[in-house]
Ligand binder design. Structure first.
Ligand SMILES: Nc1ncnc2c1ncn2[C@@H]1O[C@H](COP(=O)(O)OP(=O)(O)O)[C@@H](O)[C@H]1O
Ligand SMILES: [Mg+2]
Length: 438
């Protein structure tokens, strides 16, 4: 059913249009049925008058003036009178309700020997026979004088009423549709993890209730987010502060025979600290940061990669010209560090960062020469707390890719974990340009 529209608006309008049309046709039919009898009786009465007048004229006029009289009737009224033969056969009236009613009335008024036909000797007309002293005569009236059809005017008015009703239906349905569209947009934003603006609580009662419930839900979610952020900030503060103190204490211990022990403890503290950082990032409401309309992704990537280089890690950066993008700078830094950390940790120790543009936006790729991620596991790895093989890497929370995925989606983009040509992983984040993002 390709003609059946997909939107609620047009489906409803079409349905209402069909109902109106059926109702309108039904009314026309009822109207016709109820006015057919009075119309037929009226027409019959006219024919009776014509016949009686004609007969009276023929009987009373003196023979010399008869022809002049008949001629005048024909000229002025389109009524023709002919002499006939009782033995002559004429086609009977067609079986239509209107004609049946007329026939009954005419026989009743003009006598049962009256004959009627819509055609005599090949000439169309409304033919009625009458007798004067056993001689048969035929009167012919123009058919349009007898059988008038329903005037076109009626159909015109009907069409007008129908058109008005349709416009009304369109307005009514689109009134319901507008808030629904707004709600859909807000729900989509909420689904992406953004904070939608309040939807207007107006319109019909049901829609109003729905909007209110939606606003309530969005507010609840927001409050929960805030509470969670607060909680996590508290926990991390309570954990990180003692961790920092332990680290400091370790440094100050004198290192007689405890050097390797110290190094081990310091590394553990580093891991715990990193894990807390990941938890925090994951729990942070991602859209708290404002979007900057013209972020330079290349400058951002260069700053991040240089930080890695300074701490002695191999991260190569190959930029190419990009359009300014509507991005959250801190969130994008988190994307970069998570992907580079993964390449360094799971992907063999060297990372390459590449930027470029594609139809509709820009992409950012982090590549390595490690074992890669099989296509069948790629989607699963984006879930929080999932890791390929817990034995392969000892530390890590399994949150890194989930954070990247969430940030990418918040920007209307996506992350894809692809195999790199020649081995390794190609983690590609696609970001739509300003026009696409809207
Ligand atoms: N560059 C990569 N090469 C190979 N495997 C990777 C790479 N990046 C991520 N993975 C796999 O995906 C899993 C999930 O990654 P992530 O969400 O960052 O969690 P984490 O790094 O804390 O383990 C990792 O445990 C690893 O098994
Ligand atoms: Mg990681």
């Amino acid at each position: 059913m390709t003609w059946w529209p997909r939107t609620l608006l047009w489906r409803s309008v079409l349905l209402i249009a069909a109902l109106l049309l059926v109702a309108h046709l039904a009314w026309l039919q009822i109207f016709r049925a109820s006015e057919i009898e009075p119309r037929a009786l009226q027409a019959a009465q006219q024919v009776v008058s014509v016949v009686n007048l004609t007969r009276a004229a023929l009987v009373t006029a003196d023979p010399g003036r008869r022809f002049a009289l008949l001629d005048e009737l024909a000229q002025r009224e389109g009524i023709q009178v002919y002499a006939g033969d009782p033995a002559e056969a004429v086609p009977a009236l067609p079986d239509r309700p209107f004609l049946r009613i007329m026939e009954a009335r005419l026989r009743d008024q003009l006598g049962s020997q009256t004959r009627l036909s819509l055609e005599r000797e090949g000439i169309p007309g409304f033919w009625v026979s009458f007798r004067i002293d056993n001689e048969e005569f035929w009167v012919s009236l123009p058919r349009s004088r007898v059988e008038r059809n329903m005037p076109l005017r009626w159909i015109g008015w009907g069409a007008l009423v129908l058109a008005l009703a349709l416009i009304g239906a369109f307005l009514a349905v689109s009134r319901v549709n507008r808030p629904l569209r707004e709600l859909t947009r807000a729900a989509e934003q909420l689904g992406r993890g953004a904070t939608p603006p309040q939807v207007a609580e107006d319109g019909p009662a049901e829609i109003r209730t729905l909007s209110r419930a939606f606003n309530q839900m969005a507010a609840d979610l927001r409050r929960q987010d805030e509470e969670r952020a607060l909680l996590l900030a508290g926990v991390s503060h309570d954990l990180r502060t003692p961790l920092a103190r332990i680290r400091l204490a370790l440094e100050m211990l004198d290192d007689r025979g405890t050097a390797s022990l110290k190094a081990g403890v310091a590394e553990d503290i580093g891991d715990i600290d990193a894990a807390i950082g990941q938890f925090l990032d994951f729990a942070r409401p991602v859209d708290a940061e404002m979007v900057t309309g013209d972020t330079d992704l290349n400058a951002l990537a260069r700053a991040v990669t240089e930080r890695y280089l300074r701490s002695g890690r191999t991260v190569r950066f190959t930029p190419s010209a990009l359009p300014p993008l509507p991005l959250r700078a801190q969130a994008m830094q988190r994307v970069l560090t998570n992907l580079i950390d993964n390449a360094l940790r799971h992907g063999g120790g060297a990372a390459e960062v590449v930027t470029g543009r594609f139809e509709g936006g820009a992409y950012l790729e982090v590549l390595d020469r490690g074992p890669g991620i099989p296509a069948t596991d790629a989607q699963r790895m984006l879930q929080p707390f999932t890791r390929m093989d817990s034995a392969r890497s000892t530390s890590g929370t399994g949150l890194g890719l989930a954070i990247v995925d969430r940030i990418a989606r918040l920007h209307g983009g996506a992350i894809r974990l692809l195999p790199r040509e020649g081995g390794g992983l190609r983690a590609r984040v696609e970001l739509p340009s300003a026009a696409q993002a809207e």
